[in-house]
Design a protein around this ligand. Structure first.
Ligand code: M6R
Length: 595
């Protein structure tokens, strides 16, 4: 989703900002822009357009050295994808320039209250912010004009603000949208994502809601919205630069699929100390003291949540409910008396979950974030964090985060059960090896994909945990290949949806559970007799002649981590066959920071 990068210091602002924007490309965007200080004209000059950062880089190719500027990648929320709606936005008199992440919910109301005579150049909510700052600046000092504006905004924002009259100053503010300040040797980077400052800064702070900073030369001051200075505590930035290249792989997605066996081993290393599973005892105590776990998540993370529900309920015999975050935030169910909340989020920034967390905090219930980004908003604000150690996930389609989330949550279930009835270290190693041996032959999935996904509809079916894996398999296929795919409970298909089966509609059955293997096979026969092109993904012990993909047997609690691999590859190759932008599928954002 939208990305912000600002720089002020002595180095080449254009280069640092563009590099930062390139690093944020993985979040998904449709337009890019930059405002750079021109040392000759002594003004900030604006460059922006719809399209990729590459396009912006060409536009500013001949722009001379600048030591300060702000950049943005926009993911459209208000208004079309075009040059006028791209950020930065300027006030009408060209005095103020801003970039904005988030959504201003009351922008129409603000427009009607304060800016009736204002002629807007764009359709964005952002332009209202810059127009308001300008409006208030006529009657008060700039700092006050900014906070007066901020106090009137409803919704979410991360903002960088420049003032042509004091070009050496940069203002940054945030509410419900992440914004971080990075400190270099003698310079600062302000960005919505840590990735944008890796290699430039060695320390950073994540701004709190309703605070703002003023950066000028070497000085940085943090204020609350009442202008009282706040203390600033930078922490070391020790992020490894794993995203630097795709290695030998043509796309991040395939690189990330291939990394999964190593991540399983990494998770073991991180969570085992002296041969013992070392999960925070306070977390275990809190969950055990609760009556019911509520898992809140979105998209792929929610699908990991469904698998985790099955495993926790089976291993711990404790009830678990999974809820779509955007639904839970505004339509919560009747809760048990002692609930415990698990928020699963790769990015740790998903706005729907941030909204849930706010509501949960009001209930005084305990929370744990399961995330890949330990510095994220959800990690900072929950009572506990379980890191999944998947390393930066750049492809918009989540793969390694999904399997890492399940791997960590099964460890949690194991710790909660307190019964060491299976050798978990051995089973995880076995899983990792099984994943590796399957992935060695990954190209075989290419051939199957070519023969299978020739239609614009497809189905994954399964029962129990296989159904949940099918949901994820379907999401993966549709989000990057644009083939309409449903994940369906195998037994439910015949209650209506079977009407969609046509000649050669691909139906892939996931069969890894002995108790229901034959039932799922019967459901597959039902669609085959109606013309479907049927395939199977099965485990070795359940295989029959004619099965399509046979996976090694691993511990049943870990099987979903293996079963999903062929489906990730099907999605990858289906997108490849269609010549699509695999790492940055249309309309999608990596980190969904608006509700
Ligand atoms: O960062 P999160 O895990 O909170 O993101 C949730 C979803 O937006 C995300 O899983 C999305 O569904 C992915 N594109 C799936 O590949």
């Amino acid at each position: 989703m939208c990305g912000i990068v600002g720089y002020t210091g002595k180095r080449d602002a254009k280069e640092i900002i563009l590099n930062g924007l390139y690093r944020l490309e993985y979040r998904g965007y449709d337009s890019a822009g930059i405002s750079l200080y021109n040392q000759q004209t002594k003004r900030y000059e604006l460059y922006k357009d719809a399209g990729r950062v590459d396009h912006l880089a060409r536009i500013v190719e001949d722009v001379p050295y600048s030591n300060s500027g702000i950049g943005h990648t926009r993911w459209a929320t208000h208004g079309k994808v075009n040059q006028l709606n791209a950020h930065p936005h300027m006030s009408k008199n060209n005095r103020f320039t801003i970039v904005h992440n988030g959504v201003i919910e009351n922008y129409k109301n603000l427009r009607d209250t304060y800016l009736q005579d204002h002629r807007f150049s764009s359709e964005t909510d952002t332009e209202v912010i810059v127009a308001l700052i300008d409006y208030f600046s006529h009657t008060m000092p700039v700092k006050e004009a900014i906070t007066t504006t901020l106090k009137r905004l409803q919704g979410s924002y991360a903002l960088l603000i420049l003032d042509q009259e004091e070009p050496s100053k940069m203002y940054a503010a945030k509410h419900k949208s992440p914004l971080l300040i990075g400190r270099g040797k003698d310079d600062y980077v302000v960005a919505s994502d840590l990735m944008a400052m890796v290699g430039v800064c060695d320390a950073f702070i994540a701004l709190e809601d309703e605070t703002f900073v003023v950066i000028e030369a070497q000085k940085i001051i943090l204020y609350n919205l009442d202008h009282q200075p706040q203390s600033l505590q930078f922490q070391t930035l020790d992020y490894t630069d794993e995203l630097a290249d795709k290695g030998a792989h043509p796309h991040y997605m395939i690189k990330e699929i291939m990394e999964q066996p190593i991540i399983i081993r990494r998770i073991l290393e991180k969570y085992f100390s002296e041969e013992k599973l070392a999960l925070d005892p306070a977390l275990i105590k809190e969950i055990k003291a609760s009556e019911r776990i509520y898992i809140l998540a979105a998209g792929t993370s929610m699908h990991a949540g469904y698998v985790a529900k099955t495993m926790i309920e089976t291993i711990v015999r404790m009830p678990v409910e999974v809820h779509i975050a955007s639904e839970f935030a505004y339509h919560p169910p009747v809760l048990s008396k002692k609930p415990f909340f698990m928020l699963i989020s790769q990015s740790g920034e998903t706005a729907d979950l941030v909204a849930c967390l706010k509501k949960i905090k009001a209930l005084n219930a305990k929370t744990c974030t399961v995330t890949n980004v330990k510095t994220s908003t959800l990690a900072r604000e929950a009572d506990f964090t379980l890191e999944i150690y998947a390393g930066p996930e750049i492809a918009v389609a989540s793969t390694k985060a999904y399997t890492a989330q399940i791997a960590v949550l099964v460890l949690l279930a194991y710790a909660l059960s307190g019964k060491e009835t299976w050798d978990i270290r051995y089973e995880y190693s076995k899983l990792s090896q099984a994943m590796e041996s399957f992935l060695e032959h990954y190209e075989e999935m290419h051939q199957i994909t070519k023969q299978t996904f020739t239609k614009f509809h497809a189905f994954y079916i399964g029962r129990g945990v296989d159904y949940y894996v099918g949901l994820e398999a379907a999401l993966k296929l549709k989000e990057i290949s644009y083939i309409h795919t449903e994940g369906y409970a195998a037994g439910e298909l015949k209650h209506g949806t079977i009407a969609l089966i046509e000649d050669q509609t691909p139906v892939i059955a996931l069969i890894t559970t002995k108790e229901v293997a034959l039932n799922t096979r019967s459901n597959l026969h039902e669609v085959a007799s109606r013309g479907a092109n049927t395939l199977t993904i099965v485990t070795e012990s359940l295989k029959e002649v004619g099965d399509t993909v046979v996976l090694p047997d691993v511990h049943p609690y870990l099987t979903p981590i293996l079963t999903v691999l062929p489906t990730q590859l099907f999605a990858y190759y289906a997108a490849l066959e269609r010549g699509l932008d695999i790492d940055k599928p249309r309309n999608l954002a990596k980190s969904v920071t608006v509700e």
